[in-house]
Design a protein around this ligand. Structure first.
Ligand code: AMP
Length: 277
């Protein structure tokens, strides 16, 4: 496994990779969710490139950039076990030099939900993913359904900018008790960790209600709200039932709906979602 922080070395190493090249972009502090993407890439591609970069452009001024968890040594040993070919972990100056001024900003799909709660977040995400696509030129790129709106933003960007890249979205990896895996779960104190299962419990309840025939978005969201109300450590930021492609809110479910939630458990902001059916 070749590991580099340098852009020139990355380009050199990229030249000798056999097609199909699969890219898995990450911010590091890897868990089984990230590794499930790496395994999917390993299975579908001849060469696997993983990037580790905590992208400052996608963090708001009051967010957790400086305390975002990092452990490069551990990440590299996990990636080595997965037979990754190339890891690029560039320093911030390489991707955002002092005179940086070109951004990728989507007009619609990036605006509701996470976009509304975290202004500028998807401008940072789309820009860094475009830069990684340009630097690595993969044929396939792997992202997680955990960040459902991010997946929609990237699909739209690939279409709009004519990237010849197939975007593959992998299912949400969960802990045994349902909590969606996230690097941010380490912020949770023990009682909060327990309370955090309320997100997946609420989403699983929705799926059950849908299977029992409920199609009204308002009713389904109310079921989730009731479950959150029973968890004193949870503070709901939004509960959404939206079209999975446009992220526009739905009133009733005709085809497929994306239920997504953002909830503070103590000071930690968690997101989770479920596609129904
Ligand atoms: P991050 O390091 O949080 O930027 O995540 C890197 C990639 O891993 C993104 O495409 C995420 O959607 C994906 N990812 C993060 N957590 C999970 C999870 N629990 N299951 C599946 N994919 C995930």
């Amino acid at each position: 496994m070749k590991v580099t922080t340098s852009f020139l070395e990355l380009r050199e190493a990229r030249e000798s990779l056999k097609a199909t090249v699969g890219l898995v972009p990450t911010m590091g502090f890897l868990h089984e969710g990230h590794l499930s993407l790496v395994r999917a890439a390993r299975q579908e591609c001849s060469s696997v490139v993983v990037t580790i970069f905590v992208n400052p452009a996608q963090f708001g001024p009051a967010e957790d950039l400086s305390r975002y968890p990092r452990d490069l040594e551990r990440d590299l040993s996990l990636l080595k076990k997965e037979n990754v070919d190339l890891v690029w972990a560039p320093p911030t100056e390489t991707l955002y030099p002092a005179d940086f001024q070109t951004w990728v900003d989507l007009e619609k799909v990036s605006k509701p939900l996470e976009g509304a709660m975290r202004p500028g977040h998807f401008k940072g995400v789309a820009t860094i993913v475009a830069k990684l696509f340009n630097a690595i030129q993969p044929q396939k790129a792997f992202f997680g359904q955990k960040d459902a709106q991010q997946a929609a933003v990237i699909r739209q960007m690939v279409k709009d900018l004519n990237y010849p890249i197939e975007v593959i979205i992998c299912p949400i990896a969960r802990e045994g008790d349902g909590l969606a895996m996230s690097s941010r779960n380490v912020y949770l104190q023990p009682a909060e960790r327990q309370a955090a299962t309320v997100l997946s419990r609420a989403l699983f309840a929705i799926r059950q209600a849908f299977e029992d025939g409920e199609r009204d978005a308002g009713q389904l969201k109310q079921i989730m709200q009731t479950i959150f109300n029973q968890e004193p450590l949870a503070r709901v930021q939004y509960i959404s039932c939206a079209d999975p492609v446009t992220l526009q809110e739905l009133e009733s479910i005709e085809n497929q709906a994306l239920f997504s939630v953002a909830v503070f458990i103590g000071n930690t902001r968690l997101i989770d979602n479920m596609l129904v059916p």
